[in-house]
Design a protein. Structure first.
Length: 377
């Protein structure tokens, strides 16, 4: 305000009219830096100074009637300048505070979001580890169930292997006798050697099938003929069924469409259902013991595999529980065969279910879609 007064007094010597507008920047600066109170104080001070120095009569606080309007206009302009300056200052301060609060809030939300993202990543990693552990556990249980099922067929496996091996030994002795004859009968020896090769190959095929069933390896999906898959199992099951006094019958549909699936897994399902059927008939008396394995085309979209036994059958309570993990009616069972079989069928986009038969026995059925595509296990 003092600077405005000095500058106006200096300019008054050069010009006939005082440059009172210099007081307005002073008022606005006071209101800007000091707020509304400082602005009003600057208005009062500038009003007193203008009245005393620049409004006739000079050096007096009296105001002529002719200069009253001029003086009043100055006061009004000073008040407006003070109000505009202080209001703009308040608006800018409010805007700056809002921006600062927004930045703080954004920083807080960003930090919260980063924490949430970190927790989400950690949760996803833990979930992935849990899924990997679950898949490994399921694979281990499936392998254990497969090995235990194969263990129940030990006698059949030994028989299927010992038969061609015994033939190899017999033909080997015959070959030696033909070669030891005088003169050696090379033709008969060659025939015996060919039989040795044939029976050795047969034993190798049987061992290869058993190894494939027991081997623990990643699933692979190929186009399969389920009739062929079941015929291969029939070789292992037939002797076991005979020892249990059970007649094994295969009723395989002609022109059965191929399906896309894992050969070993689907063999495991059929084998598990068949072994369960044999076990169910061990104490059956008074009616024929028969294990029937059928294939059929259920619809244009799936094939149907049925395993029927003539055992004691399933009660309503057992039928409701048999697919629950670790539920078993066998003294030496672990209760994972049927749950694993269902998970295998469902991984092929199929369905496995059990049906009690009114005349005794039970029927297990599962479907495999025709041309089903690979799905993650």
């Amino acid at each position: 305000m003092a600077m405005a007064l000095v500058a106006t007094l200096l300019l008054q010597r050069l010009f006939p009219y005082p440059f009172l507008f210099l007081f307005f920047p002073a008022v606005m600066a006071s209101a800007w830096f000091g707020g509304m109170s400082a602005g009003l104080l600057a208005v009062v001070a500038s009003t007193v100074l203008v009245d005393y120095f620049f409004v006739p009569p000079f050096h007096s606080f009296a105001i002529n009637a002719t200069d009253g309007t001029y003086f009043a206009a100055f006061v009004v302009c000073a008040l407006v300048a003070s109000w505009v300056s202080s209001s703009k200052k308040q608006s800018e301060e409010a805007l700056r505070e809002a921006r600062d609060r927004l930045e703080i809030r954004v920083a807080e939300r960003t930090a919260e979001l980063e924490r949430s993202n970190a927790e989400l990543r950690r949760s996803m990693q833990e979930h992935e580890i849990a899924e990997q552990t679950l898949r490994k556990t399921q694979a281990d249980l499936a392998h254990l169930s497969k090995v235990m099922t194969m263990g129940e067929l030990t006698c059949s496996i030994a028989h299927e292997v010992s038969q061609p091996l015994a033939a190899v030994v017999t033909n080997g002795h015959a070959c030696l006798e033909w070669l030891s004859a005088a003169p050696p009968d090379v033709g008969e020896a060659r025939t015996a050697a060919e039989r040795i090769i044939r029976d050795g190959t047969r034993a190798g095929v049987v061992l290869g099938r058993i190894r494939a069933l027991v081997k623990k390896e990643a699933p692979t999906r190929d186009w399969l003929d389920m009739n062929e898959v079941i015929r291969e199992l029939g070789v292992l099951l037939r002797d076991e069924a005979a020892r249990a006094g059970v007649s094994l019958r295969l009723d395989l549909a002609t022109d059965l469409p191929r399906v896309k699936g894992d050969r070993i897994q689907l063999q495991q399902v059929v084998l598990n259902l068949a072994v369960n059927g044999l076990d169910a008939m061990r104490g059956t008396t008074g009616r024929p013991r028969e294990l029937l394995i059928c294939t059929a085309k259920e619809s244009s979209a799936a094939i149907l595999i049925q395993v029927r036994d003539s055992g004691a059958g399933l009660s309503a309570e057992i039928a409701a529980e048999i697919f629950r993990p670790f539920f078993t009616t066998k003294p030496q069972g672990i209760g994972m065969g049927l749950p694993i079989s269902r998970s295998i069928v469902e991984s092929h986009q199929g369905r496995l279910w059990a049906t009690p038969l009114s005349g005794g026995g039970s029927l297990f059925q599962f479907t495999v879609p025709i041309g089903s595509r690979d799905h993650d296990e």
